[in-house]
Design a protein around this ligand. Structure first.
Ligand code: FAD
Length: 420
């Protein structure tokens, strides 16, 4: 079968890989000049398979007033005259029920653990170089109450298969000496050995190299925006682009935030909304004291990942900011947080600043499967976890599209097959 994958971010590139592995002829089309240039470009670099709890959970409800009125909080909400934002926000609130969020955590955990297995296999099979490391992830708590809650959550996650350990202040410092600048503020930490880190854009480039050189034929069409999905009845008949129409037997919408526009054209609403975030990439020197394990500063909601001789720092969730333009104010506050957390970082010069739009669904669950149209498939809406969940999502999509029995439950993450 000839399949066109729309989008060359991490979701589109992994989808192309697993579809080509099944023997399909694949064409990847992207509006940008190469792979991984949108949200997959400079994200937090965490492959955190065990930290998949949705953003929508009961604990966020009391925090809503702060988000609404404090533009400096790590999560900010800007109300817009936009019905899509309102319906997304209503669905988000509905997903905050304890039962819903626990069920979502279980489902995402299953996809996370499957993704881990698939990405490890992928690295071994193709010998991919993307600054991957099995560094483990340390969540650092400054508030004793939050640390106690995290220990309880650890027990719950243990029942679902996660292996984690609770560390006191000394345990945290022993594991990660770069934290000594904040030692007086550490209440404790939760360490998960199984978590990895890597450069998401470098993985996109490595996948492109592998797919261009492999036995399976994959073509890449860049600088080409898909303007419209053309359909007749229940079938897609082509894609309209400025360079002319493109046709295939089947089509996969895997274009991140752009999936909302294309899916709406065929009467399907994936409820994907942008959640803006920022990152800083510091070049390290021999004098730098930078963490080797992935560290999450729970208090400020900032993550730190080591990528060779660079340190990637990411954070902020801005709801209602729909462009990836960089706000100097948000970058300044992220830099300030880094300065307080790692006073001995001593990087080489100023960090590289970046902003990206997480393609988020209200319940944090991606859509992976067939849409209401027979030959139109979707793999999108991975929100804050697209890098982590990419390999498992793509393998699941390839199984479903090829009619093979999927390794996860038959219905998990499937879109509703009716137009909305
Ligand atoms: C600050 C920040 C930190 C993050 N940290 C992490 C992390 O640590 N771990 C993690 O797992 N996830 C993280 N994420 C989330 C992760 O980056 C995303 O979930 C993931 O990159 C989404 O991948 P994607 O392929 O769906 O979208 P994208 O990477 O945005 O790719 C979509 C592609 O589609 C193309 N496109 C769009 N519309 C069209 C069209 N009409 N025609 C043709 N092409 C089109 C775009 O050019 C783009 O290349 C983070 C995100 C942010 C913003």
């Amino acid at each position: 079968m000839h399949i066109i994958v729309i989008g060359a971010g991490i979701i589109g590139m992994t989808s192309a890989y697993y579809l080509a592995k099944k023997g399909h002829r694949v064409t990847v089309v992207d509006a940008n000049a190469g792979p991984g240039l949108a949200t997959s470009n400079a994200n937090g670099a965490q492959l955190s398979y065990s930290f998949v709890a949705p953003l929508a959970e009961p604990a966020v409800l009391p925090k809503l007033p702060v988000w609404l009125f404090d533009a400096e909080s790590p999560l900010s909400f800007r109300l817009r005259a936009d019905p899509q934002q309102w319906s997304w926000a209503m669905a988000f609130l509905a997903a905050c029920r304890r039962k819903t969020s626990q069920k979502t955590t279980e489902e995402l955990l299953a996809l996370g653990l499957y993704s881990k297995q698939m990405v490890h296999q992928l690295i071994a099979d193709e010998m991919l170089q993307f600054n991957f490391s099995n560094c483990g992830k340390l969540l650092v708590y400054q508030d004793p109450g939050s640390y106690e809650s995290a220990r309880k959550q650890m027990d719950y996650q243990a029942s679902l298969g996660s292996v984690q350990v609770a560390l006191d202040r000394n345990g945290c410092l022993e594991l990660e000496p770069a934290l000594r600048g904040i030692q007086d503020r550490i209440a404790g930490g939760i360490f998960t050995r199984s978590e990895d880190a890597g450069d998401c854009q470098a993985l996109c480039l490595e996948l492109e190299r592998t797919l261009r050189g492999g036995a399976a034929k994959v073509d890449f069409v860049y600088d080409t925006q898909v303007l419209r999905v053309q359909h007749k009845g229940a079938r897609v008949v082509g894609l309209e682009t400025p360079a002319g129409d493109m046709t295939a037997d089947a089509y996969v919408i895997a274009n991140g935030i752009g999936a909302q526009t294309l899916a709406r054209q065929v009467g399907f609403n994936p409820h994907i909304y942008p959640l803006k975030g920022y990152s800083l990439t510091y070049q390290l020197t021999e004098k730098s004291e930078a963490p080797l394990v992935s560290v999450s500063d729970v208090h400020n909601k900032v993550v730190y990942a080591r990528l060779g001789n660079h340190l990637r720092v990411a954070g902020m969730v801005d709801i209602g900011e729909n462009s990836s333009q960089i706000s100097p104010r948000r970058i300044a506050s992220l830099k300030l947080a880094v300065g307080h957390y790692l006073p001995a970082l001593r990087p080489a010069g100023e960090p590289q600043a970046w902003a990206g739009l997480r393609p988020a669904r209200p319940d944090s669950k991606p859509l992976i499967g067939q849409t209401a149209l027979q030959n139109l498939w979707i793999n999108a809406g991975h929100g804050a976890l697209g890098f982590t969940l990419a390999a498992g999502s793509a393998a699941l999509l390839a199984d479903r599209l090829s009619g093979d029995p999927p390794k996860l439950s038959n219905t998990l993450f499937e879109p509703l097959r009716r137009t909305q």
